[in-house]
Design a protein around this ligand. Structure first.
Ligand SMILES: [Zn+2]
Length: 303
């Protein structure tokens, strides 16, 4: 049930109220920096919309609720393109939303990374949410409110704050190690991993390659540790060691999402030490098809 969700009390109240109205369609924009938590709230809200056992809430026990938990409910779809949905994907979505629901009388579409969509795709989405088909709900997820104003004005805005260390049941170090990302922290606790052992920056390539292959949290932890080790040693590093660090990363993967994660962790970890503005400008450049080896060398040589 909604009351059992931990954190964001006012959001829970708001969602419970929304469910009371028994709307026949709607568009919501859930925004906040913890994408895992946004998805968790979106799925719980989807359960609230679709569950037929409890009115204005979800039971968590029925077939529909269980299927949504396992992401196998056929009237729920999560659309996730890290570079933002393309216009073809929106057209396909429009087609799907016009067909009738399979299992219930509602369809829910959760769409991630709204701000990354290009203009044409954003306009196609706008059309769709302006005249939604009966029974269709769109839950848009984005880390900030930096999206097409017309989409924003057609959506019900719901701000979702990160969970605190206390709400997640971890100490401050673990919390900041994972930057408060609830999904990572939950997996970390479930897997009973430890942050105690060190990991040398010289082995960054090994960790990145392993993470690229199987997306294991333990490899992500090693990447984070290697980055922390690199920064801890920053005053002693030679130029060739910084270049080596950059080369190892680029050799290990060509996945731009992993590059993005590394840059964002690195920038956050350094915080406002000298050169923050330049690092933020560089981070913004990741949207463009730049040469990543040159990028990382520049980023690390600045240190
Ligand atoms: Zn249920």
């Amino acid at each position: 049930m909604i009351r059992d969700i931990i954190s964001n009390e006012e959001v829970k109240e708001f969602l419970k109220n929304e469910l009371k109205f028994e709307k026949t369609s709607g568009t919501y924009l859930f925004y906040g920096s913890d994408m895992g938590l946004l998805l968790e709230f979106a799925l719980d809200f989807a359960k609230g919309l679709c569950c037929e056992t409890l009115d204005g809430d979800f039971c968590g026990e029925c077939d529909i609720c269980k299927k949504i938990d396992k992401l196998i409910y056929s009237d729920l779809e999560i659309l996730d393109n890290p570079d933002g949905l393309k216009v073809d994907e929106i057209r396909e979505l429009a087609y799907k939303s016009s067909a009738s629901a399979y299992e219930g009388d509602k369809k829910v579409f959760i769409i991630k990374n709204i701000s990354k969509m290009k203009k044409e795709a954003s306009n196609a989405l706008l059309k769709l949410i302006e005249e939604p088909n009966r029974g269709c709900f769109f839950i848009l997820l984005n880390s900030n409110l930096n999206i097409l104003p017309t989409i924003k004005s057609r959506s019900i805005l719901v701000k979702i704050k990160r969970r605190t260390a206390e709400e997640l049941g971890v100490d401050d170090f673990t919390y900041s190690f994972f930057r408060g990302e609830s999904e990572d922290i939950k997996n970390f606790k479930a897997l009973n991993l430890s942050l105690g052992t060190g990991y040398s920056f010289l082995e960054i390539g090994k960790a990145v390659k392993a993470y690229d292959e199987n997306r294991d949290l333990k490899d992500k932890i090693n990447i984070y540790k290697a980055l922390r080790d690199f920064i801890n040693n920053k005053n002693y590093l030679k130029i060739h060691e910084k270049i080596y660090f950059a080369e190892e990363i680029v050799k290990a993967t060509s996945d731009r999402n992993i590059y993005r994660e590394i840059v964002s962790y690195f920038v956050e970890l350094l915080g406002d030490t000298n050169g923050l503005e330049k690092r933020l400008t560089m981070k913004g450049m990741l949207r463009f098809p730049i040469n990543m080896k040159v990028f990382f060398i520049n980023l690390f040589l600045e240190l």
